[in-house]
Design a protein around this ligand. Sequence first.
Ligand code: ADP
Ligand code: MG
Length: 699
Amino acid sequence: MIQNLLQTPIEYLKGVGPNRAEVLKKELNIQSYRDLINFFPNRYIDKTGFYKVAQLQRNSSEVQIVGKIVHMKMVEQKRGKRLVADFVDDTGKIELIWFRGHKWIKENLKLNTPYVIFGKTNWYNGTFSMPHPEMELVADYKRNLRPAMQPVYPSTEMLQKKGITNRVIMKLMQAVLQQTGLKFSESLSSSLGKELKLISKAEALFNIHFPKNQELLAKAQFRLKFEELFFIQLQLLRKNMLHKQKIKGFNFDQIGDHFNHFYNDYLPFDLTNAQKRVIKEIRSDMGSGAQMNRLLQGDVGSGKTIVALMSMLIALDNKFQACLMAPTEILSIQHYNGLKELCEKLDLNIYLLTGSTKTAMRREIHEKLENGEIDILIGTHALLEDKVKFHNLGLAVIDEQHRFGVAQRAKLWKKNHIPPHVLVMTATPIPRTLAMSLYGDLDISVIDELPPGRKPVKTVHRYDSNRLKVFAFIRDEIKKGRQVYIVYPLIQESEKMDYKDLMDGYESIAREFPDNQISIVHGQMKPADKDYEMDRFVRAETEIMVATTVIEVGVNVPNASVMIIESAERFGLSQLHQLRGRVGRGAEQSFCILMTGHKLSNDSKTRLETMTGTNDGFEIAEVDLKLRGPGDLMGTQQSGVLNLKIADIVKDNSILQTARFYASKILKEDPNLSKEENLAIKNAYARLVKNKTIWNYIS
Ligand code: ADP
Ligand code: MG
């Protein structure tokens, strides 16, 4: 019954009505009683203490003061009038100011009578003032019961305009809590409650809105955050579990000629321990009988390609085909060339398919793919076309995952009657916390070690005014035989302007370096021209590569040792880190120079300081997550991961770990939640799924 009551449309709540209901729906997506109860304050006002006027600080925080109005006057302004009152206590005077509602205030406020006032103070011209204070007669204040701590709810301009103030929301909240009688069904098991010393659901919901004290507030917050994260983890883990049970995969139990031959005779270097570990994980996954769905995270240059290759060789050893999909043409070509070289002596049929593959070649590929002659197909989105049919695709590797959408991943799956194993590789380090929430349904492998002998890239920040020195530095490096990248920002909204920036840049570089060969690559070029230019740089025919961020992903030119990033303040952290990853691939000391003007926002400064301070992609990702919040991190936008009501993936990391631990424990003991003990969890879970309160993740 309580469930039915909670479904009640919000307009039926006392004090709401059709007009307010419309605003609540539109502005806050509050449709039902349940939605209202789950609309949580974002902070609390602690009115347990009082200030004296003499104690006020110029920090414009909210304070509560006891005193009297001794004088009121109207002051004419350019735009309308304001009502100003002198308010005094025994230590000094402040001004109370009203811009609206003058008539009511003049008629109702009493002079020389003690009031408790509350509000934000401003300091201007030697006086403190408080605009639109909350006021209550001391006599009333003493008589009324009140929560020691007051909730402050998130608001919007429209809510304010329509008079749905914080006070109104509080009243509605009181009404809905009264009407539902706090009879909320428990959603967690009693053993969980005991083990984590959780307060009940009803107590938590009451105290999140009207905390009796700080301690109960903390308990309410913990309980609700835990619950929110617990159910998300439960869903992800359950999905992963069902996936493994249901989705049969090819069983790659053979490690045969290709793999061993390559490993023993042609591996160009010793694998790092991290690479060995990850290959083992992949091997055991693909031999488990279930379909592999694995995310491989490794910082730029950590050597993911060789892992991909060796995984594909396992597929070939089991008489299957493999494919490798990359987000850009340049990158596909580079993978193609790189893998061909590595496999030169292995007698494999490796083909490249991109948007610019010629029709005749395309036909040949389609045919050879279907009759099984092609062992490994490398390419771009072109692999996803319906015409591309495999004889028996056993493993699909996707490089630089965030460039591909969910739908595309799904499409690859459908290339077979049984879905192939899928290995998704990303160089955008995703903080563990986020990875857990975002890709909780994927298994994760991490290469957390760079190949030996890498010198960390030296990163500096230089102002545009020092450009001549930077040019001199470039000249010196080129003299030593090195190559240089100069990158300009690309912002989608104003491609034209970026193009102009790039061209201006190119011209000034050309003037500055008349004796050098310069390549230019940007998004508006034809793929063939792009490749031609890129190729010249790879073959060291040009010394300088002027480009937009198209080179961001994956390109490997070990001889390039300088990365200049123009207008670096316009790049996000992960992008800067990716770009920097283009250098530092050879044996020489490499440099990254971040160029900016003098005007920088605080966030930009933090980004630049982070880049000059560390080379660790995971550390950078954590800062990025903190600066931008998870909502903006690449690829997370569409996933809906951020509709969290109360928990914060960054700040509540430890609660997340706890939630994951218990969710996994419970699922292990009771995979279908069929035990009596877990009935509350089962019901709550079913309700959340039905109401789509838990969103659908990437899958
Ligand atoms: P990413 O993870 O960024 O894709 P790559 O696979 O392109 O990195 O590898 C970067 C460079 O490091 C390549 O030139 C590759 O040959 C080299 N490399 C990879 N693994 C090792 C290793 N274990 N020892 C030495 N060099 C390695
Ligand atoms: Mg790579």
